[in-house]
Ligand binder design. Sequence first.
Ligand SMILES: *Cc1c(COP(=O)(O)O)cnc(C)c1O
Length: 478
Amino acid sequence: MTRPELRELPAVDAVLREPVVQQWAEQLAPSLLTEIVRQVVQEERQRLLAGESREERDPESGAAGSRLPKLAAIVSHRAQEWAAPSLAPVINATGIVLHTNLGRARLSRPAQAAVQAVAAGYSNLEFDLATGERGDRYTHVTRLLTFLTGAEDALVVNNNAGAVLLAIACLARDRGVVVSRGELVEIGGSFRVPEVMEQSGARLIETGTTNKTYLADYARAITEDTALLLKVHPSNFRIIGFTHQPSRQELVGLGREKGIPVMEDLGSGLLLDLQPAGYPAEPLVSEVVAAGVEVVTFSGDKLLGGPQAGIIVGRRVHLARMKRHPLLRALRIDKLTLAALEATLRAYLEPASVWQQIPTLQRLTVAADELQEQARSLVAALPAQFGAPVAVQADHSQVGGGSMPGFSIPTWVVAIKPGRHSAQRWAEQLRRQSPPVICRIQEEQVLLDMRTVLPEELPNLARALTRAEERLTEERTG
Ligand SMILES: *Cc1c(COP(=O)(O)O)cnc(C)c1O
């Protein structure tokens, strides 16, 4: 502390009194604002001690002073970061419809309204309005789920990973679960079938090989101790070429013969056939239930198009056990999610309008012409002086969320051609806009895919592009 420079360090109080700092006093707690100032002053002290930052001596007095506005400006910037929400909407221009990092499915308008209504006040979450007695939160969606899937009973938890954990813990704790080696997958980095099995207290019995597993392999793996035959949707990867897996019916037949239930983790829970819209065949939840699979789990926020949730449908006897299991309490779904899920499922009661109502389904099936039109109107909304070459071109989008890997959907994009600024610099600048725009970079071009951008987002997107271009130009010239 003996260095002369330290005498130039402004006092915490002095920084606090600066008008640019005081402007935050209404939004942030005094103790927080003081703490920010303390940190900033402390960091400056470290820099001074390290011999950096000797600049900015006031030329007139030759003494301290100019350090004060600099530190006040840093404090103001940090205060602004504190005052702004961290979790906030972005424009998804990646063309990945179910982008896990961007929150997967958009909610439908009825689902948004249902969340709002339940969030604002009390609800009959666990209250039976008919009897006036304690009710059960799961009943709000049971009827819808059993109708839509044909299953006897249904249950919902926090997410599909939780659904699998609960189901296995309940049905196979301390016993064996037979899984094909071709289905021992890792999904999204943290969901690995062998590890989930371990957590649920069951023993994994691997059978077959990575590419070929026959019914006889399952039969051979079954012992006295086997509690479950588990099928797992490989989701984000595919084994192609020389492959074999027994059909669902064959596996169910074997299970019945041996008195062992079959469970299937479907990943994306598809309730409607997407093949007429040009998508590859995927098992529908109702088909899996009809095939005799006794427990089926899937996500609420993948192809179903609802909130994050794990849905379990199947035989009443198994679900009754899950409803009594202590893990259910730990994996409990909250009222906001339930509200969104119920409204999402309700949309499926009207098959004619569901394709328009559920944003995920709407964006997966929107006509290419419409996307081309959107791309053209985005380009038309850019100012005449927009300083980068842009083009409307055909490209391909992805489903995402581990659904239909490798399958690409024809789309239309607005491409910003490489010019004075690299694609990386563009992407970075677009992320800094409000709302931030997340784009796709391909062959050094910035692509804005219209499949994941709604028409009402186009004005904001045009504004973000315009401002990003201005900023890039300023940085270059200034
Ligand atoms: C996505 C997926 C999961 C994990 O589901 P979350 O809802 O993200 O927890 C589990 N299994 C399969 C097969 C999946 O595709």
